[in-house]
Write a protein of this length. Sequence first.
Length: 111
Amino acid sequence: MLLLSACDRLGIADPAKEAAQKESDARATGSACRHAGRAIEDCYSLNPDAARASIFAGWKEMNDYMRENKIEVVKPELPPRTEAAEDAASESASASASESASSSASAKSKK
């Protein structure tokens, strides 16, 4: 019995825990989308890998909660990221990583 309870410490994945984590992440994503005033369709398109049923459940829960408590939508201050912006960000991150690697390599060679 003791050996079976320590499987997570060995790095053996538990499919039930992973499924529950994915479902709760999708529900939280749906709730956040509703709180930010996003339409459910926008939330689906911004999060294609998340389960739609879980996103909807979170969105609906937050919608009901916001109506009951008269909570206003909180508009996001940052513009939504586009694919072009993500590509540029990943290119600049890789460029800065290669610059720092080359500068540290040159600093080591000067010693």
